[in-house]
Every structure is written in C-alpha cells, then in structure tokens.
Write a protein of this length. Structure first.
Length: 271
C-alpha cells in the first residue's frame, strides 16, 4: 500500500508539473498547424497571381510547408521539456553533408528558381545561351531544354544559364535577319538595291515596319558588299534567311547584276 501511495503521489506530481506544459504544447501545435496551412495557401495564391511556373509553385509550397512544420515540432518538443539541442545539431550536420554532396545540383536548383521567378525567357522563346542557339522547349527546376535549328535537343544546367549571358530574340516580337550580297564593281549599285528591296517587300514573312534596308557595307577584293537587312518574327527567321538569299540571287541574275566569284588579276611586266 505504501508503494502504491508513493506511485500515485509521483503521478500526481508529474501531472502538476507537465500537465500544463502538455496542454499548452497541444494548443500551440494545433494553432501552429492552422497558421502554417493558411500561410502555405496564401503563398500559393500569391505565386499563382504572379503567374509563377506551376512546377515551382508546388515545389516551393511543399518545401515551405515541411520546413515550417519541422520548426513547429521542434518548438513544441522544447516546450514539453525534451532536449532538442542534440537533435538540431544532428539535423544541421546532416544538412551540411547533403549540401556539400549536392552543391552542383543545389546551384542548378537555385538557378531554376531565379529563371522561373524573373522569367528572362519562357517556353517557345528563341534564345542564345552558353554558346547554344535554340527554342526553349521545357524549363525544369534543374535544367532547361532547348531545340536547336538542327532539331537537336540541348539540355543546359540552370546554374550555368542564370550566371551567364542570355540573348532573347523573342522578347521584342521581331528579329533582324543579317545577310550580305556581293555584286561586281561594274554593276549598278542603285539597281541592285532596288532589286533586293523588291524581293524583300514581296516576301509575305518580311515585316514592313521596320522597313527592309539595303546598303553598301564594304568594298571587298572582288565585290561590292551589300548589307541586306529584313525584319521578321523570330519563328520565321530561317524561312526568310533562306528565301531572300535564293530569291535575291535569282532576281539579280534576271536584272543582269553579276555576283562575282573570288578572283585575282595578275599583271606581267615584260622587260
């Protein structure tokens, strides 16, 4: 009976000591979970209103939710009296080890977040980055996929893209096609200009604003070089490039404007 009485007294003492802490911890846990869910939904709605990429919304929401819940559980455990110092130290060491092992992947992940938030390019844009030119096919958290003009799939880490130069040919909605035609020194420059302008003005994919341009860009060894500059939409770049070169050559031939091949005049002086 005496042992039983001591046990009851100790239980009663434990209830008096830890009871209020447990009740308070439960209240904090329930309230914390409610607040975390509200914060997560609010953050998701804000990202959706800003039209953040869907994959990034889900990932950031899940990561934020789990991180806040982990902090909440550690706080609740500390309120009850559980020593959390060692647990936090273990988590910190594990996080450091994982971070060192995955530092390249984490850099690419951070780069992907920067791309998806600031949107230097979007799916469908024609860009040049890391020495590659292509249309953006997919944007993932870690890599970006391009489709080259040769129909090759190019996969580039987002860390390299976010830390390098990006040329976006689609942002302004038009792109200039740079071409050069060489005509004979004996040919009429004005006539050649009129012929090439007519070719560009008649092409359905060449924009009239800005207007097509033809001008002398250089005097080469065997030809007068004409800079031909039509503007078009980025998706029509190669069609205009090939068509204007072909149609321009045919039109110059029909007009009697010669396009010389490389040649050299040799003069012999007889002694």
């Amino acid at each position: 009976m005496e042992d039983y009485q001591n046990l009851i007294e100790k239980a009663y003492e434990m209830i008096l000591i830890y009871g209020p802490k447990v009740v308070l911890a439960i209240v904090v846990l329930v309230a914390g979970l409610w607040i975390i869910n509200r914060l997560t939904r609010g953050a998701r709605r804000m990202m959706e209103q800003r039209k953040v990429n869907v994959s990034l919304i889900g990932f950031v929401s899940s990561l934020t939710n789990l991180g806040l819940k982990a902090l909440l559980l550690i706080s609740v455990a500390g309120m009850i009296g559980i020593q959390t110092t060692s647990f936090i130290a273990i988590l910190g060491a594990a996080g450091l080890a994982i971070g060192l092992a995955l530092q390249g992947t984490l850099a690419n992940f951070a780069g992907g977040i920067m791309i998806l938030i600031f949107k230097p390019f979007q799916v469908g844009d024609l860009i040049k980055t890391q020495g590659h030119l292509g249309v953006v096919k997919e944007i993932h958290i870690v890599v970006t996929v391009l489709l080259s003009p040769q129909n090759k799939t190019i996969i580039i880490p987002n860390g390299a893209i976010s830390n390098g130069d990006i040329t976006n040919y689609t942002t302004e909605g038009l792109i200039r096609v740079d071409m050069t035609f060489g005509i004979s020194y004996k040919s009429n420059i004005k006539q050649a200009r009129e012929v090439l302008l007519r070719v560009m003005n008649q092409h359905p994919l060449v924009l009239q604003e800005p207007a097509p341009f033809v001008g002398v860009s250089g005097l080469a060894d065997s030809a007068v070089e004409l800079a031909v500059r039509p503007h078009t939409k980025p998706e029509n770049y190669w069609a205009v490039y090939f068509d204007v070169y072909e149609q321009g050559k045919v039109a110059l031939d029909e007009a009697g404007v010669s396009i010389p091949f490389p040649q050299m005049d040799v003069h012999l002086n007889q002694l």
